[in-house]
Ligand binder design. Structure first.
Ligand SMILES: [Fe+2]
Length: 381
């Protein structure tokens, strides 16, 4: 077995980890560029959690508060430009997966001259970038511990990843306090993104004992805590969801994802849909498609989270796992059909074609042709 394990140099996890923000930023740079989304950070008080320790240390950061969901390559260009103009020496991403991906790519491409879009199409990154610090405010993407940035290119209608082993965060500060203000809908859809990472990487062709221990534990934590976080906002459930998202991201970084993610990217790009929302709709159908090859893996997961006693036959335990995920979609008030998201039936064949070219598909446990992808899409349309 060959393993190539990439993790941030430091992960500070847990309630109170945010107290270390000032010292960590000061340790990594003198002039940070803080990258955030457009609005919620101020209302939630999360911006102040980052900015006030810096004020106390006399650090004057530059702010870029304009990252949209489903970020474009052009947005990364803007951040690179601002970092250069202001001679920043550190990029700090504070937000959900979109914000972290933009911060990561802008830091990684800081020393490059070409526009971001050429790297999305495979241009090699050779220049050294800036260090970056990840502060996730959702429990979903796991971007704080992955090497890739998911970006869209509106010109070509493409959504894909730039992947680089040198792009790991220098530090990830993962404090559940940042997720306490998440609205219910965001809790649900980011939670389904994390669950998709856990289940897809758990059943990936590239799974190994290292990734499986992380993904199995992450899936269990999500299945046991997502509904509580959604319905009651209890601190303990928020903390466990944050840990699960982190662990699922670490597993994803090694074992990759699968058909859910290969289909979610073109759907998200075409209709501007939230990534987690699309994952929630697709996950039960993809699990059912993969079932013949991974029934014992699903059964192991069902036993591990006490969905089924160990005496239950594996086929039955595996069914219970899929049933649990289907029910969770309903309980968390997420639409269960693509048609409810505005996806048009006549577009499904093209979505299947685009998904078939996705790199994620190579990790899916069951071989998947265009027709299979179309079948999956029709099944949940
Ligand atoms: Fe994802």
């Amino acid at each position: 077995m060959l393993l190539d394990l990439l993790n941030p140099a430091r992960i500070l996890f847990g309630p109170g980890a945010n107290d270390r923000i000032g010292t960590e930023i000061a340790r990594l740079g003198k002039k940070p560029l803080i990258v955030t989304g457009r609005k919620s950070l101020v209302a939630s008080g999360n911006l102040d959690r980052v900015a006030s320790p810096l004020r106390q240390l006399g650090i004057k950061p530059v702010f870029f508060a304009d990252v949209e969901p489903e970020p474009t390559v052009g947005k990364v260009d803007e951040v690179r430009q601002i970092a250069r103009e202001n001679r920043c020496d550190l990029i700090v991403g504070v937000g959900g997966g979109s914000v972290l991906d933009v911060a990561k790519a802008a830091a990684g491409l800081y020393g490059e001259d070409e526009p971001t879009r050429v790297y999305l199409y495979g241009r090699e990154v050779t220049a050294t970038g800036l260090p970056w610090l990840a502060i996730p405010t959702t429990a979903g993407s796991g971007s704080e511990v992955t090497e890739n940035a998911v970006l869209t290119d509106p010109e070509e209608g493409k959504k894909g990843s730039i992947r680089n082993g040198f792009w790991m965060a220098s530090t990830a500060i993962v404090d559940p306090i940042f997720t306490m203000s998440m609205p219910k809908k965001l809790t649900a859809i980011t939670g389904f993104d994390a669950l998709s990472h856990a289940i897809e990487s758990y059943t990936s062709r590239w799974a190994n004992p290292y990734s499986s221990s992380l993904s199995q534990a992450a899936a269990a934590l999500i299945m046991q805590n997502l509904y509580t976080a959604f319905s009651t906002n209890k601190k303990e459930a928020r903390e466990k969801m944050m840990l699960a998202s982190l662990m699922a991201g670490m597993s994803l970084n090694v074992a990759r994802s699968g058909a859910v993610h290969s289909l979610a990217h073109p759907l998200g790009q075409r209709y501007g849909l939230s990534h987690g929302l699309v994952c929630a709709v697709l996950l039960p159908s993809v699990m059912r498609y993969n079932l013949p090859l991974v029934d014992t893996r699903y059964a192991d997961l069902a036993y591990a989270v006490n969905l089924s006693p160990r005496s239950t036959p594996p086929e039955e335990a595996a069914e219970r796992l899929i049933f649990f995920v289907e029910k969770a979609v309903q309980k968390l008030e997420v639409p269960s059909r693509l048609s409810q998201l505005g996806v048009k039936e006549e577009d499904l064949a093209e979505i299947a074609n685009l998904a078939h070219e996705s790199a994620s598909l190579s990790a899916n446990p069951r071989r998947t042709q265009r027709e299979d992808l179309l079948e999956i899409l029709r099944g949940c349309w």
